[in-house]
Write a new protein. Structure first.
Length: 461
């Protein structure tokens, strides 16, 4: 399966200013495969050390001298290591996180050797590390599950992917193509973007096999909870995990996870799962100006899971059930649609940036309003409203546009794309006028390009 980050890795490998690279991402999102594929595609020798499978490999790094470390590895693996023709891969480094400090010596004294470190619980390990991180001497790459367009390519729909990349707002999408893409969107909601599930789907097309893979993956994550023991009861982590699907698309309330438990342990459990990148908190922001993070409300947030396929498995949804549903609004009150869009919006971030999302919420008496996502596009703030079906009111969006004096907004739903002016009054009777870009779910990854195109079109409206 091709991944969008493969190009980032090749550019990193060929860079004259290359630093050791640390890949951060949840378990089973494809970190190890990417590095193996990089070595294969560039015809370089891969020296792979897995510190979870072989903890004793840590002893090879007892020195701070890269030459001595490489000599140890060469002897232990019985390989001659040519620095300019090898990739040194330190996998599952969260088992020995203090070894990350050694990367500074490789950056300073052996820059000709490409070094990559990766770990599925790395963020959790780094949260309370007691060693000096080599700040400025390492680079980061953040990896998510396969996006919808990566999924298209994985299932052999290369021409549909090309069609989306070349689509322009002034074009008309044929009904046959729109119907086909929406069908694949529903397929993606169930299969998700976890590489193991996608690979099995491309080869077997058996929903039961996919469901078993998702159940096994969820069991793997639950087994990881044991690694948190001593910090927190695994029961609280289970409370949060089972509550996330039920609270999709809503402000997360700890008491809804377990009304019999005080907030602090549940809060700690959610923070741990967030650090493990198993779930992502989406904080409310006032969205008055950039950066959006400067005005977040830490007590107001929603939560999405790592992957829509895992969410579907937790909800007990099957592909047969979903294909019989005409509108996503019928599923989990539209929460699954928000999960889908949030997952794709995270894939829009550059590989070297840790993805983070925000939404807007107003809780004033008699004027409650919420916009599902608020994103930054260059130097402007863009509200993004998710409507699971092809219709739906935009009362909250109207209130946002009036109160923030914005002139451009996005709606994502299951209908055909369209752009045009909106001129209405809010529920308080205030006039509001703006340009609305409405796109179907399958065009979410093309949103930055379509926003640019919208600017040119709206000037002529």
């Amino acid at each position: 399966m091709k991944r969008n980050h493969s190009l980032f890795l090749i550019n990193w490998l060929n860079s004259s200013s290359r630093k050791p690279l640390v890949i951060r991402g949840a378990r089973q999102v494809g970190k190890t495969w990417l590095i193996r594929n990089l070595a294969e595609s560039t015809k370089r020798q891969l020296v792979e050390l897995n510190f979870e499978k072989q903890p004793n490999l840590e002893s090879l790094f007892s020195s701070n001298q890269p030459e001595e470390i490489i000599a140890n590895i060469s002897a232990s693996f019985n390989r001659t290591i040519e620095l300019t023709n090898t990739i040194l891969f330190l996998d599952e480094i969260q088992a020995t996180p203090h070894l990350l400090a050694k990367l500074r010596w490789f950056a300073e004294e052996m820059p000709e050797l490409p070094v990559v470190a990766a770990g599925s619980l790395l963020d959790f390990s780094l949260a309370d590390h007691k060693f000096s991180m080599p700040v400025g001497r390492i680079s980061y790459m953040y990896l998510e599950p396969l996006s919808f367009e990566e999924f298209l390519e994985a299932i052999g729909q290369n021409e549909l992917k090309k069609y989306l990349k070349n689509y322009h707002l002034q074009s008309t999408i044929p009904t046959a193509i729109h119907t086909q893409l929406m069908s694949i969107v529903k397929e993606y909601l169930i299969i998700g973007g976890m590489p193991t599930a996608v690979s099995a789907w491309t080869s077997q097309k058996n929903p039961e096999v996919i469901n078993q893979i998702h159940v096994d993956l969820l069991a793997t994550y639950r087994n990881d909870f044991a690694k948190y023991r001593g910090r927190l009861s695994t029961e609280r982590l289970e409370d949060i995990l089972t509550s996330i699907p039920r609270q999709l698309g809503k402000k997360f309330v700890y008491s809804h996870a377990n009304p019999d438990v005080n907030t602090p342990p549940l809060k700690q459990a959610l923070e741990l799962l967030d650090k493990a990148r198993f779930c992502h908190r989406i904080f409310a922001t006032s969205a008055n100006d950039l950066p959006l993070k400067a005005e977040i409300k830490e007590n107001f947030f929603k939560v999405i899971l790592l992957d829509c396929g895992l969410i579907s498995a937790e909800l007990g949804l099957s592909l047969y059930q979903l294909k019989s549903v005409s509108e996503l609004i019928l599923i989990n009150s539209g929460g699954l649609a928000e999960q889908l869009v949030g997952q794709q919006l995270r894939n829009l971030f550059p590989a070297f940036v840790s993805p983070s999302l925000n939404y807007w919420q107003r809780s004033e008496s008699g004027a409650n309003a919420e916009v599902d996502y608020v994103i930054q596009h260059k130097n402007i703030i863009v509200p993004v409203e998710v409507k699971a079906g092809s219709t739906g009111t935009l009362k909250s969006l109207h209130q946002f546009m009036e109160s923030k004096k914005r002139n451009f907004a996005v709606r994502i739903n299951s209908d055909y794309p369209i752009i045009g002016p909106v001129e209405v009054k809010t529920s308080q009777g205030l006039p509001v006028k703006y340009t609305l870009l409405s796109i179907p779910f399958y065009l979410t990854e093309q949103l930055p390009r379509l926003i640019e195109e919208s600017g040119n079109i709206s000037n002529t409206l």
